[in-house]
Design a protein around this ligand. Structure first.
Ligand code: 13P
Ligand code: SF4
Length: 336
């Protein structure tokens, strides 16, 4: 591809955050993406909240912990991240010599945005003796201010790995933080952030559904509010929720997390029924608008032009990576 073609493509990206180039609608995108994967020795890592078609073409689908482990260990030259910005940043920190592509740079995260690093720095200064544990759903700049990262899969292990007499600040999710306080009995100082998707569920509509489907189990992600977690029969990360639906004898589940996970639940248990927990508004869906910015067309264009690429300063990679490495180390020792 000529330099001028790439420069013209980049121009469309600068304005929109993704390559705004028309894709021939007759193109077999699955075949083209698979071809590009081979040609370029690229790997596609996808989060469970991606649209079904993207999940189906990914080399690895997983939760935030699994995706980080894959990003750290892959032999591929290019990591194409079908997820959101903080996930691609994490992949870049773990594999700095590799090219990391995110099909749409504007695929952000309301939770990561709820904790700007300069404000958090001032907050942290009030607790000079505390360790900072940050949920991986945060910016690279916040990771620089963090001692140990965690995901919803390993958060309890990470908190419990810190000596009981050490104070802990937990950021940015107040709901996961409150859940961890309850689960570990530790007095965590919480940053007041939240995820827009997991705070939209309607308690009233869910309880009505539970009456309508008395045989159903209500299961929830720990980013949900406490009043929902209190009525859940299982609380876990996306991979935890998926595993639970496979192992439980129940045939029907009301699922309180982003609706993308239902695709894998249905694939793994075709005879079971999965009902997305209803949100607090008139919309029937609970999609993450950030996750859903990625499309097959954007994925194809990102792989073809090798754009948009994630760039991080060497200092951010070095300082931010330390908290992720600690998390991966504790997770490996715990067999997660
Ligand atoms: P996990 O898949 O790690 O549970 O995270 C959920 C989430 O909100 C990712 O953005
Ligand atoms: Fe962020 Fe919530 Fe979307 Fe996950 S579901 S990417 S936490 S906004």
């Amino acid at each position: 591809m000529s330099n001028s073609t790439i420069a013209a493509a980049k121009e469309t990206l600068n304005k929109k955050g993704y390559l705004d180039i028309e894709v021939d609608p007759t193109l077999d995108l699955v075949a083209e993406i698979n071809k590009l994967k081979k040609e370029k020795n690229a790997i596609i890592l996808a989060h469970y909240y991606q649209e079904s078609e993207i999940q189906d073409i990914a080399d690895y689908i997983g939760d935030s912990l699994g995706l980080s482990q894959q990003a750290a260990s892959t032999e591929a030259d290019i990591i194409v991240f079908a997820g959101v910005h903080f996930m691609a940043e994490t992949a870049k920190m773990l594999s700095p010599s590799k090219k990391v592509l995110l099909p749409d740079l504007k695929a952000g995260c309301s939770l990561a945005d709820s904790c700007p690093a300069p404000l958090f720095k001032k907050f942290k200064a009030k607790y000079p003796d505390h360790k900072v544990v940050s949920y991986i759903n945060c910016t690279a700049d916040l990771k620089v201010l963090t001692d140990i990262c965690c995901t919803s899969t390993n958060a309890v292990h990470i908190i419990e790995s810190i000596p009981a007499d050490t104070g802990i600040i937990f950021a940015p999710d107040r709901n996961l933080g409150a859940y961890l306080k309850k689960k570990t009995g530790r007095d965590l100082v919480l940053w007041n952030g939240a995820c827009m998707v997991h705070e939209i569920f309607s308690h009233e509509k869910i309880t009505k559904l539970m009456v309508r489907y008395p045989e159903a189990e209500f299961i929830a992600h720990p980013e949900c509010e406490a009043h929902l977690l209190d009525i859940a029969s299982y609380i876990g990360s996306t991979s935890g929720l998926l595993r639970y639906t496979q192992e439980s004898k129940s045939e029907t589940f009301i699922v309180a997390t982003e609706a993308g996970i239902l695709h894998q639940m249905q694939l793994k248990s075709p005879n079971k029924k999965f009902i997305p927990a209803p949100p607090n508004n008139t919309c029937a869906c609970n999609d993450c608008p950030h996750m859903k910015r990625n499309t097959m067309e954007k994925l194809y264009l990102a792989m073809k032009y090798e754009l948009p690429e994630i760039h991080l300063e060497a200092e951010v990679i070095e300082k931010g990576r330390a908290c992720i490495d600690k998390m991966l180390d504790i997770s490996a020792k715990a067999g997660l």
